[in-house]
Design a protein around this ligand. Sequence first.
Ligand SMILES: Cc1cc2nc3c(=O)[nH]c(=O)nc-3n(C[C@H](O)[C@H](O)[C@H](O)COP(=O)(O)OP(=O)(O)OC[C@H]3O[C@@H](n4cnc5c(N)ncnc54)[C@H](O)[C@@H]3O)c2cc1C
Ligand code: FES
Length: 263
Amino acid sequence: MGYMKKYMLDMKVTENITFQNNYCLLKLTSDQMLPEMLPGQFVQVRVDNSSETFLRRPISINYVDRERNELWLLIQKVGDGTRTMAKCKPSDALNLLLPLGKSFTIPSKTSGQQKLLLVGGGVGTAPMLYLGSYLKTAGFEPTFLLGARKIDDLLQLEDFQKFGIVYTTTEDGSHGEKGFVTHHSILTGDRFQYIYVCGPKPMMMAVAKFAASSEIPCEVSLENTMACGIGACLCCVEDTRDGNKCVCTEGPVFNIEKLRWLS
Ligand SMILES: Cc1cc2nc3c(=O)[nH]c(=O)nc-3n(C[C@H](O)[C@H](O)[C@H](O)COP(=O)(O)OP(=O)(O)OC[C@H]3O[C@@H](n4cnc5c(N)ncnc54)[C@H](O)[C@@H]3O)c2cc1C
Ligand code: FES
């Protein structure tokens, strides 16, 4: 992936879909045609109307609807910044910096890597929707494995189903297999050739261990706390096998071989 020009866009909210839990889906549009964005990349949202949140907040690209010129952001309300974003109403403006970071690797159709597993946990399912749609357009049939605490926290299932087969786990057994994604029978029942993961760190580490022991290439998307989002403040560094790397510019996606998680 070469250098991608970054844009600062004033975007307009077209829809804010609130779910029963602490999540909402913001759909945003722009007067300009949205630039190229790759799955795994993120945006930095400026939070206006808040006396507490000064820094932009990093949010994954959940989906890009080219026909409607819309960008979707799936937001979990955890603090003031995300709560303020979630209050946006149609026609409100949000200032975004995009696209940031490096994307997931898309295998070539001739690589022999055809069976792709996309694993998402909690709000970590957000980038998997765009990755799935991107892979589908590239001619793959991705398999999704999505995990949540309970059925209400499994979001966008119908959207995921448009792009591939969807398996789920819930901790209370209210949807799919009971337990964590790492215990789902699909992991051992099927043979995948590439695994992509985004979710809570313990979950990503467990999937990374499974992938390494099964010799399956695996990429994870890290959610280190960020401030500037453009490689200037060094607050997001991760200790990798190639030294300290800024997750905002060298990631958020890393091949697990580059991380120091497994040894
Ligand atoms: C590359 C990247 C992509 C992300 N994508 C998404 C996304 O698609 N949707 C989404 O909702 N969030 C996403 N996040 C997380 C999001 O950026 C944080 O939840 C947000 O910055 C918190 O801001 P706040 O002002 O609401 O909370 P704060 O007031 O900053 O924090 C409130 C509480 O949340 C905790 N917290 C802060 N950051 C995180 C975090 N990263 N993970 C878990 N807990 C946190 C704090 O420890 C604190 O307890 C992403 C983060 C990164 C780095
Ligand atoms: S967030 Fe500032 S360097 Fe990464």
